[in-house]
Write a protein of this length. Structure first.
Length: 100
């Protein structure tokens, strides 16, 4: 869901000169999907761009999808999101990008 914009975000960050590593969080299979798309589109060279690391949230196999508690037990709840402070991801194309 909503995964194809990820590649535009990664390329925009690289064009803006990002050098800090980026952590991508998503469902099981995220790393494989990103690696396949990057391979088919000419590759991703972290030495020239920035390193990517992945946290994959395991699929519970139950109706409704992923286990949003994740392997570390931190969890994603509406309460945690409401209380979380935004983290600046940088400025891309003149826009300040933040995540919660």
């Amino acid at each position: 869901d909503h995964c194809f914009g990820l590649f535009g975000l990664l390329n925009t960050a690289a064009m803006e000169g990002r050098k800090e590593p980026m952590v991508l969080v998503g469902p099981e299979g995220l790393k494989e999907m990103v690696e396949i798309v990057m391979k088919c589109s000419g590759g991703w060279c972290p030495e020239e761009k920035f390193a990517l690391s992945f946290i994959e949230i395991p699929n519970t196999g139950s109706t409704g999808g992923e286990n949003l508690v994740g392997p570390e037990g931190g969890g994603f709840t509406s309460e945690r999101c409401k209380a979380a402070q935004p983290v600046s991801l940088g400025v891309l194309a003149g826009l300040t990008v933040q995540a919660v």
